[in-house]
Design a protein around this ligand. Structure first.
Ligand SMILES: Nc1ncnc2c1ncn2[C@@H]1O[C@H](COP(=O)(O)OP(=O)(O)OC[C@H]2O[C@@H]([n+]3cccc(C(=O)O)c3)[C@H](O)[C@@H]2O)[C@@H](O)[C@H]1O
Ligand SMILES: Nc1ncnc2c1ncn2[C@@H]1O[C@H](COP(=O)(O)OP(=O)(O)OP(=O)(O)O)[C@@H](O)[C@H]1O
Length: 256
């Protein structure tokens, strides 16, 4: 099926309004990295809720050399924003671990800033007028679990979680975002490597696979393994219930 960004937008914007209403929210709170995903989510939020109801949060971890992209984006959209340095938060955890004689693993140091940013977004959202944190992940990275559980993988709802990287760029262009906000190669901001360097395949390869079923067998094996082993990031936490019946007044099916 051919992708037409213009045809997607009305339904997507309606859905975002419904989700915000269902949350009882008013103000969309978004972490702004200057990359395409957060830029497109912020532009969608402006289109859905009006720029007065969108807050961007720039969260350098110490010095962020490419922060001009983020500043440029909030200026372009005309949204209220904060620059909130998370370094105090990340370093306090790493310092305390060191103090206790622990050696933080690479996995700890890579995922900590992402979780600290989510903690920060929720702290800010709760001090805004009915603030609701929007998720900024896309389908291509979610498909291979390239996100931090309880970090950037979370949020109240995910406008882009079913769009590939290429579709996100097309949506951004349709929303009128300048190209510079759509082309920055995604990187973890820590190792200096791009997502694609770390993964060992391109998001284009993921997109061809998920949308057209076209994939090199060796790459397929890598993608399938990452997909299989990261599904836990998108599931509700399993809860032990020992065969007890649900409370009769609870109409949800969370525990089934
Ligand atoms: N089956 C399972 N069921 C429930 N929990 C499970 C589990 N397997 C592991 N876990 C838990 O989950 C943890 C692993 O998940 P998680 O903490 O998400 O860590 P992990 O999957 O190792 O890392 C996230 C991936 O995303 C990348 N990333 C993260 C953040 C930002 C960026 C960026 O580009 O900016 C990139 C990062 O480089 C890495 O490749 C384990 O340490 C364990 O505690
Ligand atoms: N320095 C930052 N300041 C503010 N928010 C950030 C920052 N870095 C990451 N984030 C938030 O975490 C999300 C995931 O970050 P990640 O570095 O994985 O980029 P990404 O998935 O390529 O997204 P993007 O295209 O928005 O950069 C971003 O979309 C953004 O909401």
């Amino acid at each position: 099926m051919e992708f037409h960004a213009k045809e997607q937008l009305p339904g997507l914007l309606d859905w975002m309004r419904q989700q915000m209403k269902a949350c009882g929210g008013k103000t969309a709170v978004i972490g702004i990295s200057g990359g395409k995903d957060s830029s497109v989510v912020a532009a969608l939020a402006v289109a859905a809720y009006g720029k007065e109801n969108v807050v961007g949060v720039l969260m350098p971890d110490g010095i962020q050399p490419d922060i001009d992209y983020s500043n440029g984006l909030v200026e372009f959209l005309g949204i209220r924003h904060y620059v909130f340095n998370i370094q105090g938060g990340t370093s306090s955890i790493l310092d305390e671990m060191a103090h206790l004689g622990m050696k933080p693993s690479r996995q700890t140091t890579v995922n900590l800033p992402s979780r600290m940013r989510m903690v920060t977004l929720y702290a800010i959202a709760q001090s805004e007028d009915a603030g609701i944190v929007l998720n900024t992940s896309n389908l291509s990275e979610d498909w291979v679990g390239y996100c931090t559980v309880y970090g950037d993988a979370t949020g109240a709802f995910s406008p882009l979680g079913m769009y590939t990287t290429e579709e996100v760029i097309a949506l951004g262009a349709e929303l009128g975002l300048p190209e510079k906000f759509l082309i920055k190669p995604p990187s973890d901001g820590l190792t200096g490597l791009t997502d694609e360097d770390n993964l060992g395949f391109t998001y284009h390869a993921v997109n061809e696979y998920v949308r057209k079923g076209v994939v090199d067998p060796a790459v397929k094996e890598k993608i399938d393994r990452l997909h299989r082993t990261s599904r836990f990031k998108f599931q509700l936490m399993p809860v032990y219930h020992n065969g007890l019946p649900m409370a009769l007044t609870d109409e949800t099916d969370y525990y089934k």
